[in-house]
Design a protein around this ligand. Sequence first.
Ligand SMILES: Nc1ccn([C@H]2C[C@H](O)[C@@H](COP(=O)(O)OP(=O)(O)OP(=O)(O)O)O2)c(=O)n1
Length: 144
Amino acid sequence: MASAADEGVTPSPPWSTDTDSLETLRRQLRGFAAAREWDQFHTPRNLALAMVGEVGEVCELFQWKAETRPGLPDWSERERLRLGEELSDVLMYLVRLADKCDIDLPAAVKRKLERNDEKYPADRVRGSSKKYSEYESAHTAPEE
Ligand SMILES: Nc1ccn([C@H]2C[C@H](O)[C@@H](COP(=O)(O)OP(=O)(O)OP(=O)(O)O)O2)c(=O)n1
């Protein structure tokens, strides 16, 4: 089985996020909305609702299907294309929502990765899906 390093993933700190691609997307979505005078509709509440609606569309694609393996080998190209579209909608509304709420998403993700690493140290939780509070000496979430 390929190790984490073989797959180019980052198994341990320091964590970072690709600020450039999120920032580029944030700017593109700003421009897209501005060109259509949609800023007036892109309120935090509307964007949150729109994002959840798109999450529902993602889930709908999995609905009533048998469990499938990672990579979706038994899905058609058409279904995979559709899933890519719906995931993109979720991402776009998410980035737009963060922007309209003045949340620095790359910084927030980096911070959350660090907190997750503290709550779920790899050596301790490897191979288990238990929540951090279920471990024996219940670890409490770090202070804000
Ligand atoms: N007021 C709007 C309307 C749309 N979009 C953008 C964000 C999404 O990426 C996409 C959502 O478009 P639709 O509401 O048409 O939804 P779908 O693309 O999912 O189409 P359908 O509902 O037919 O599957 O368009 C937006 O930013 N603001």
